[in-house]
Ligand binder design. Structure first.
Ligand code: PBG
Length: 346
């Protein structure tokens, strides 16, 4: 890390307050035009990826209690929602499936069944919106009867056996038309395994956005409500990272880099801005940050109480993630941000 030394300018100490200050940083803040001209960072709609929740059925749009403004959509309505977002300038989407309980099993076999809700949705979305970027989720938890990201045997999560399932899932998603495969499971070696599976099948152009530094976080609660995917026992601490650790993120990033990742992701974003910054400074790959469900819920909840200005808090949140070094941000604020930007352009 570059720690710049503080330089002491001795003669300024002698100056009477207000008389002869040479440096007055406030001059660069005196008007909106200048403030914008000298802004070091900004957020644009092209930086954002919008996560979406898919459910079975037709004409279904169900609210998620803990995520005001975010819904689960059946495919027909999801296509309309995507069309609206595209109109607003959003070009990248990360769909997640809500799988009915009776389709879940120990091996998440629904995750690579050709006509599954998710794979069918990917095919349909891609057929209708050829130009958008679809980032698909590889992880067992939405399809796992245990609600875990790996195969569970005697209460333990098996690593290498899980890789086989993740490989099949990734391949099925590539076949369905995914542009970027995003493994969110945190098994060791999964990026390399998925890369090999994709390459062997000829999908050398399908990218991998690795959930590189994914922490065992309390901020995923609302997402698990949305998918009904909370673990049925225990927690995810034997595979997701300990919030106490920063250097370990470098190790995870080094491995993902060597195994062929195209993007490195940090998740959640706000409590881990330092990790975003250190990965950005260390690796020559685009850095993604996941502004997760709980971060969204906090802002929304406070705004609904009138405890803070939701719009300003949203903008400041996204900007801080960019300033830390993120190139792209997965955020539930994407549509609201795009709407606000459009409104301000008029
Ligand atoms: C699971 C997954 C989670 C999220 C994305 N993929 C939750 C978890 O690990 O339990 C969380 C996203 C969010 O909170 O917005 N593979």
């Amino acid at each position: 890390m570059n720690l710049q030394k503080f330089t002491f300018i001795p003669n300024l100490r002698m100056i009477k307050p207000g008389s002869m200050l040479v440096q007055r940083p406030r001059r660069n803040r005196k008007s909106a035009v200048i403030r914008e001209m000298v802004a070091e960072n900004n957020v644009g709609v092209q930086d954002l990826i919008f996560p979406l929740f898919i459910i079975e059925g037709e004409n279904q749009k169900t609210p998620i209690q803990s995520m005001p403004g975010i819904y689960r959509y059946s495919l027909d309505l999801l296509l309309e929602e995507i069309a609206e977002c595209v109109e607003l300038g959003i070009q990248a989407f990360a769909p997640f499936p809500n799988i009915s309980e009776n389709l879940k099993d120990k091996y998440a076999s629904e995750s690579y069944r050709e006509d599954s809700l998710y794979l069918h949705a990917i095919r349909t979305i891609k057929a209708q919106f050829a130009d958008i970027c679809l980032i698909t989720d590889v992880a067992m938890d939405p399809y796992s009867s245990a609600g875990h990201d790996g195969i569970v045997e005697d209460g333990k999560i098996l690593n290498d056996e899980t890789l086989e399932i993740l490989g099949k899932m990734a391949l099925a998603q590539a076949e369905a038309g995914a542009d970027i495969i995003a493994p969110s499971d945190m098994m060791d070696g999964r990026v390399g395994h998925i890369r090999r599976e994709l390459d062997d099948a000829g999908y050398t152009e399908v990218s991998i956005m690795a959930y590189t530094a994914k922490y065992a976080s309390a901020f995923y609660g609302p997402f698990r409500d949305a998918l009904d995917s909370a673990p049925k026992f225990g927690d995810k601490k034997t595979y997701q990272m300990n919030p106490a650790n920063g250097s370990e993120a470098i190790l995870e990033a080094q491995l993902d880099f060597e195994e062929g990742a195209d993007f490195l992701m940090v998740k959640p974003a706000l409590p881990y801005l330092d990790v975003i910054k250190s990965l950005k400074e260390t690796f020559p790959l685009p850095i993604a940050a996941y502004n997760v469900s709980g971060e969204y819920a906090m802002v929304k909840a406070a705004a609904m109480q009138g405890w803070l200005n939701g719009e300003s808090a949203m903008l400041e949140t996204l900007l801080s993630i960019k300033r830390a070094g993120a190139d792209v941000i997965l955020t539930y604020f994407a549509k609201e941000f795009a709407e606000l930007q459009k409104k301000n352009q008029r």
